[in-house]
Design a protein around this ligand. Structure first.
Ligand SMILES: [Zn+2]
Length: 133
């Protein structure tokens, strides 16, 4: 990976898989300027998972779409952005545990509603109100 400070080549100095989420955390160092930074390697779900819509179409899974719907449901919280980041990871972990590369939209909504309700009752209620078909 190119150094974000000087665009030179970098090397991995430490690497740790996450116990909770399907991701790898890496510490990198620039070979030229010596700066150090962290990267997270995530599964690109748009290449591995598809969503079956209510119109019975298949669409690539979009992490950003899920993140935004969770962030909107947490809008009443001061920490909405950070909450949505962690809650999206939690929902994705549950989605991957289904062991299905094709997931009905309704199932994603059900999982997300459960995660949000457990975290914050208002967020759960807002999500369900905006996602009931
Ligand atoms: Zn550099």
């Amino acid at each position: 990976m190119m150094c974000p400070y000087c665009n030179s080549d970098s090397q991995v100095t430490n690497s740790r898989p996450s116990a909770k989420h399907p991701e790898v955390w890496r510490r990198r160092a620039c070979k030229v300027c010596g700066n150090i930074w962290t990267t997270r390697e995530l599964v690109d779900l748009s290449t591995t998972h598809r969503v079956r819509t209510t119109q019975n179409r298949l669409e690539p899974f979009q992490r950003d779409k899920l993140f935004l719907s969770i962030k909107d449901s947490c809008a009443h919280r001061k920490t909405a952005l950070m909450d949505a980041t962690y809650l999206t990871d939690t929902v994705l972990t549950h989605v991957l545990q289904q062991n299905q590369s094709e997931i009905p939209r309704g199932q994603i909504i059900k999982i997300t509603a459960l995660v949000l309700e457990r975290f914050d009752a208002t967020a759960g209620a807002v999500y369900i109100a905006t996602h009931s078909d």
